[in-house]
Design a protein. Structure first.
Length: 661
């Protein structure tokens, strides 16, 4: 081959090679350009997650129970810091920030490649640290909870990654969890992150706000009352539930157990107990509803001791015979068993099941007990009598509160409510609690009749310790032996009281349960006064979810208790007070008595207004109530009362308490 031929071949080969390069470059540029551009972009940019603020959990008045705040986590590359001679500055900044010496040493050790300092810091506190080259801040979200242990058990917790662990946080996570955003961050050849103002980002969407039915003021009152009761009685634990009987809203859930932590469960939902005599009013209601008994029908109770089915049933209050009304008033075991024998086994089981016992209430909480209600097929010979006395079944405090609400609202069993509203980021309500009726337990007339019986329990019956000076109260006490590993424990009791306040138009159902009190164990002696404390402090509070206008109508002027609907009225065995003064607006009243007795002596018709200046609002309202006045709290710049302290006015008059906000 000649030299020119070889040159021609080389030229052709070079041309073909160049053409191939051009074609390949064109192919890469025109057909694969997008793919390689994205790869290059991924090498120079990284996606950083933008944390989504978790939705707030607030009480019915907007008081925060759980909310998120943004913190900064410090991540340090010690070698990068050393390259820019920033080690000394970093050490000084971390010490000033309060970082532990161990972590200061790690963050400034150039032998380490990467150090993540535990915990989070407020953004404004770390500006000096994050300005140092080699410090890589990361935004994190921290959950801040209300200080109350009971509220923390209700609300629940999230872990460091924002994942819910328990409580409402877990059951409503789909609402509370937001949607994370993202931002592109530039990186240099060494992988260091750089600011990229023009990089694309997707904003995070915050979670929804959940408004609970809990009222933090009532919750605080209930928690303090429970702590006082445990200290006073030596009880090992207890629960207080406050419910609005009109719509089933749970206003307070206080619970305490020995060794309990804030990570525990809400015991009012999860720990059932034998209710004892607090179950008896439901038996009376069903007997009246079926026409099997009358309130004034008298039953022989054998002087307080009766042997049946091989066991002896006793009464604390011994009597020869009692009416059904007095069976409830004096909590007669013999009377309720003898009256209740008129119910068949299916009827007895039905009344308990229809009251909500043995079934979960359906609360938005991860754990809830259904209690225990044995089916009739599993009953022994003595089970029917035991159930009538509140034994051999177990109920939760919330179940009992919901059942008692039926006596207050005209006979309807309501579904307990824990969530009042759900709102989106703009504040628009996407859910609002609507009163939910599970079923009708009894007619309004029967509910009113039993409510009057419960009023008698407080007025001269087994729960006189629950009586208030200004308002009528209805309720029922209970005392039950405690079990351990399936056996009753000698000397161990559960004392309880369920109260409805005020008795004529109840706004609260309050369940008080004390576990194993040592200083007395009868529910009327140790649990009823706890109800009284909660009710009195709620009256004195400004924001306790009470309709003060309606409450004022229920107040009785001194010496003239309010009439309780459903009371039997005039007749033998009842005493009447003189009619009230014409200008008080009060109505005549009647109080049931075991035997005729003279009307109480009238209290002084006029008295001076107490001086409550300098007294906290709650204490001032309580003092005015105890003095016999109705109270309205109004805003103003000069604290005091209208009429002024020392002015002599008629008892039952309205006194305005001026309280600056």
């Amino acid at each position: 081959m000649t030299r020119p031929d070889r040159l021609r071949i080389v030229s052709i080969a070079l041309g073909l090679f160049a053409g191939a390069l051009v074609l390949r470059a064109g192919y890469v540029q025109l057909w694969q350009g997008g793919t390689w551009s994205r790869r290059a972009e991924r090498q120079h940019f990284a996606d950083a997650d933008l944390p989504a603020p978790r939705g707030r959990i607030v009480d019915a008045a907007g008081f925060p129970l759980a909310e998120s705040r943004e913190l900064v986590q410090l991540r340090v590359a010690p070698r990068e810091v050393a390259q820019r001679k920033g080690t000394a500055a970093l050490r000084a900044a971390l010490v000033a920030l309060g970082v532990a010496n161990e972590w200061v040493a790690r963050a400034t050790d150039r032998r380490r490649e990467w150090v993540e300092i535990p915990g989070g810091f407020l953004p404004g506190d770390v500006a000096q640290v994050t300005a140092i080259w080699g410090v890589h801040p990361r935004a994190i979200m921290e959950r801040v909870l209300a200080p109350s242990p009971s509220v923390r058990r209700l609300v629940g917790h999230v872990n460091a990654d924002g994942r819910p662990l328990d409580g409402v946080e877990r059951s409503l996570d789909s609402l509370l969890a937001g949607v994370k955003g993202s931002a592109a961050v530039a990186r240099d050849a060494r992988g260091n992150r750089l600011a990229a103002p023009d990089a694309k980002s997707v904003s995070a969407r915050p979670g929804r706000q959940v408004v609970l039915t809990i009222n933090h003021s009532v919750q605080d009152i209930a928690e303090r009352a429970l702590a006082d009761a445990m200290r006073r009685t030596g009880a090992s634990g207890g629960d207080i539930v406050v419910m609005d009987p009109a719509d089933g809203a749970l206003l307070a859930l206080a619970g305490a157990r020995p060794g309990a932590t804030e990570a525990g469960a809400v015991t009012a939902f999860t720990e059932p107990y034998e209710p004892g005599s607090t179950l008896k009013p439901f038996v009376a209601a069903r007997l009246l509803e079926l026409g099997r008994a009358r309130p004034d029908e008298v039953m022989n109770v054998f002087g307080g001791q009766w042997k049946v089915d091989g066991r002896t049933i006793t009464d604390v209050h011994r009597a020869a015979a009692l009416s059904l009304r007095d069976v409830i008033k004096y909590s007669s075991n013999i009377g309720i068993v003898r009256f209740g024998a008129r119910l068949s086994r299916p009827e007895e089981f039905s009344l308990l099941r229809e009251a909500g016992f043995g079934a979960r209430a359906g609360l938005p909480y991860p754990i809830e007990s259904s209690g225990r209600l044995p089916a009739p097929a599993r009953w022994s010979r003595t089970t029917p009598a035991s159930l009538l006395m509140g034994y051999e079944l177990m109920v939760t405090p919330v179940q009992l509160a919901a059942a008692y609400a039926a006596f207050a609202n005209g006979g309807e069993l309501l579904r307990p409510a824990l969530v009042r509203e759900v709102r989106d980021a703009s504040g628009r309500a996407t859910f609002h609690h609507v009163r939910s009726v599970v079923r009708r337990l009894m007619s309004p007339a029967i509910a009113a009749t039993v409510l009057s019986m419960l009023h008698d329990v407080v007025d001269g019956g087994t729960a006189a310790g629950a009586e208030l000076k200004v308002y009528e109260v209805a309720g029922k006490s209970g005392t039950a032996r405690r079990t351990e590993r399936g056996r009753y424990v000698e000397g161990a009791y559960t004392a309880s009281f369920v109260g409805l306040f005020p008795a004529d138009r109840p706004q609260y159902v309050i369940v008080v349960k004390l576990d194993n009190p040592r200083d007395g164990y009868f529910g009327g002696k140790v649990a009823a006064p706890v109800f009284k404390q909660v009710a009195e402090e709620a009256i004195a509070a400004r924001d306790a979810s009470l309709d003060l206008g309606q409450l004022a109508q229920s107040a009785r002027p001194s010496g003239h208790p309010a009439h309780v609907p459903g009371h039997p009225g005039r007749g033998e065995g009842y005493a009447f007070a003189a009619a009230p003064p014409a200008d008080t607006g009060a109505v005549p009243y009647v109080i049931a008595l075991g035997a005729p007795r003279p009307a109480p002596a009238p209290a002084p018709s006029q008295r001076p207004v107490p001086d409550v200046r300098g007294v906290p609002v709650r204490g001032a309202v309580l003092a005015l109530h105890e003095a016999g006045f109705r109270v309205q709290v109004v805003d103003g710049s000069a604290p005091g009362t209208m009429p002024a302290a020392g002015a002599v006015v008629r008892t039952g008059s309205l006194v305005r308490l001026v309280a600056p906000r």
